[in-house]
Write a protein that binds this ligand. Structure first.
Ligand SMILES: Nc1ncnc2c1ncn2[C@@H]1O[C@H](COP(=O)(O)OP(=O)(O)O)[C@@H](O)[C@H]1O
Ligand SMILES: C=C(OP(=O)(O)O)C(=O)O
Ligand SMILES: [K+]
Ligand SMILES: [Mg+2]
Length: 580
């Protein structure tokens, strides 16, 4: 069977072909068949079209005629990056840990984004704290273009600004040093330019409830002051631990070694956040990450809002970055569609030495409760400036992978750094390495699971997934195939962190985008019918034609498509199939 690669031109006169293609959402696709091939497999935007019925194609420019058979049910939505990885490394070499890049001025052009896409970016994050909506809109349109025209599968996430206490500025744009014993005024007064030993505080109520004797800490320990006088809403403070004051540095207050919680006074979603959320809805993003979540209700409120806008398919992620969110962790995890361990701000609200254990606990509870979890901030911070990471950073990334986080996130490394691509490749290589190592070490170890399902069908689905993973690991199968509409079964499989990759076949593009964030899942868009035998038959044929599997490969098949009609019985099952 011949493969036509690098398909570029379709003569404009070829109405038949383009209309047939557009029926399958191949909008604006151009195809050129360079020579007459009797049995041709057309590779198109990394989707495989199986050739069957006859079409006469006339390519004027090249004056070539060819006869193609197109089986239009036979399209496999495979993204170019996974396809390449699969060819190079085989099933077990596929990376399980997903990668997120924050998009900023250093990586926002189409070419920059394409490089990140090729480097394995699964999700692009837009931090609404920075830049204009127009700027973000351009990035979104570039990402969509990459997906549509270049065969990538990148999901989109917006991250709300939230309300937070920070210094507006000390007026000079760069950092200033606070010397030991120096006296500084933290004021809510607004003025232009700089005043010596004066810092503008962003939030009007920043000093409410603060007493003389309390500690004012900059950026989780960069510098520390003691409050020596209150003057209206201003605070006069003496530097007790010298350090740097960076523009927009974060402020926290401490009393007797405990955080004075100011965050709870502020609304989790500000007026600007709601406007950004509306922007996200209209742009069709896949995830909204909510900053400074304090309680489950913050998430429920947004989820309810999304359903009134018929946008409930947008997944809501809670950023755990306040002391309050740690107190309400389980409820927040249950209410949300996923969690981000936002270590940047978390490190301002809890002592730094607690971050590693808190991270491990959050990652574990999320996996138990079947919610994807992202480890974020400062993973490779030194790479904002330097082309290689520190050994300690590599150890930190490895630890997050070893803990089985679903995804790792780059912030400044990609947004403003000069070595974003390199930082991404460090994440990719460290993930791959650690995953291989974990697999070798933990071969027979099953992860402990709590029971989530309440109803019998829910419990059956859960048991099927737990047992499937045990079987898959014990039998050493090459891949797990799961048929899933909303991704539930795929995610229950992923919760068990199996050795082989999970190929999730779904007919919903929003499910594809959601599953992109989850550990070990390769989502594939296909047409699914209610006849499961037919689905299996068709997809197996497709994966064989695409060269994805070869003779002798063993695949474990799991399904939870529950038909709406009674013609086909409910189909929840496990099968093991050998490719013939
Ligand atoms: N869309 C953007 N436009 C301009 N700069 C950005 C953008 N996104 C991120 N940045 C820059 O990258 C840095 C790191 O990003 P991030 O960690 O998301 O934000 P922050 O540091 O504000 O928490 C930011 O401090 C900011 O300087
Ligand atoms: C990811 C984080 O949030 P942001 O970058 O928006 O401050 C964080 O605080 O770690
Ligand atoms: K943010
Ligand atoms: Mg934060």
């Amino acid at each position: 069977m011949a493969i036509v690669n690098d398909i570029t031109v379709l003569s404009s006169g070829n109405k038949v072909f383009s209309s047939v293609l557009s029926k399958k959402q191949f909008f604006g696709v151009s195809v050129c068949v360079p020579k007459i091939v009797p049995d041709v497999r057309v590779r198109n935007r990394a989707r495989f079209v199986e050739v069957k019925s006859t079409l006469q194609i006339n390519l004027d420019e090249k004056n070539v005629y060819s006869s193609l058979d197109l089986d239009l049910d036979g399209i496999l939505g495979f993204d170019v990056v996974t396809e390449k990885e699969l060819k190079e490394k085989g099933f077990l070499g596929l990376r399980k840990t997903k990668l997120i890049c924050t998009i900023g001025p250093a990586c926002s052009s189409f070419e920059d984004l394409e490089r990140l896409a090729l480097g394995g970016m699964n999700v692009a994050r837009l931090n609404m704290c920075h830049n204009t909506r127009e700027w973000h809109r351009d990035v979104i349109s570039n990402i969509k273009k990459l997906n549509e025209e270049k065969g990538f599968c990148i999901s989109l996430m917006i991250d709300t600004e939230g309300s937070q206490m920070y210094m507006v500025d000390h007026g000079i744009g760069s950092s200033v040093k606070a010397e030991d014993g120096s006296i500084w005024l933290f004021t809510t007064e607004r003025y232009e330019g700089s005043r010596p030993f004066t810092v503008q505080a962003y939030y009007e109520g920043f000093s409410e409830g603060i007493n003389v004797g309390d500690e004012l800490v900059i950026d989780g320990g960069m510098a520390t002051f003691e409050v020596i006088e209150k003057d209206g809403s201003d605070l006069r403070c003496k530097c007790t631990d010298p350090g740097l004051l960076l523009p927009s540095a974060k402020i926290s207050f401490w009393r007797n070694g405990k955080l004075v919680e100011k965050n709870v006074e502020l609304p989790t979603l500000s007026t600007k956040d709601w406007a950004d959320i509306d922007f996200g809805i209209s742009e069709g993003v896949d995830f909204i990450a909510v900053s400074f979540v304090n309680e489950a209700n913050d998430i429920t409120l947004l989820k309810n809002y999304l359903s009134t806008k018929s946008s409930e398919f947008i997944k809501v992620l809670a950023k755990v970055e306040s002391l309050e969110s740690l107190k309400n962790l389980k409820d927040i995890v249950e209410a949300s569609d996923g969690i981000m361990v936002a270590r940047g701000d978390l490190g301002v609200q809890i002592p730094l030495e607690q971050i590693p254990t808190v991270q491990e606990a959050i990652v574990d509870i999320c996996r138990q409760l079947n919610k994807p979890v992202i480890v974020a901030s400062q993973l490779l911070e030194s790479m904002v400036e330097y082309p290689t990471p520190t050994r300690a950073e590599v150890a930190d990334v490895s630890e997050a992978v070893r803990q089985y986080a679903d995804a790792l996130m780059l912030s400044g490394e990609s947004a403003i750094g000069s070595f974003g691509d390199k930082a991404l490749s460090v994440l990719r290589m460290v993930s791959n390495r650690l995953e291989l190592w974990s697999r070798a070490e933990n071969k027979q170890r099953l992860l402990s699971q709590c029971q989530l399902g309440v109803s019998l069908p829910e419990r059956i689905a859960e048991q099927i997934c737990n047992c499937s993973v045990e079987m898959a690991n014990n039998l050493g199968v090459d891949a797990i195939f799961v048929y899933t509409r909303h991704g539930n079964m795929a995610s229950l499989l992923s919760r068990n962190r199996p050795n082989p990759p999970i190929f999730a076949f779904t007919d919903k593009s929003c499910t594809v985008k959601t599953l992109n964030l989850q550990w070990g899942i390769i989502p594939l868009l296909v047409e699914l019918s209610e006849d499961m035998e037919d689905n299996i038959h068709r997809t197996f044929k497709l994966v064989k034609t695409s060269g994805m599997v070869k003779k002798g490969d063993v695949v474990l098949v799991v399904s939870d498509i529950i038909p709406s009609s009674s013609i086909h019985p409910s189909f929840q099952s496990i099968k093991v199939k050998t490719i013939v």
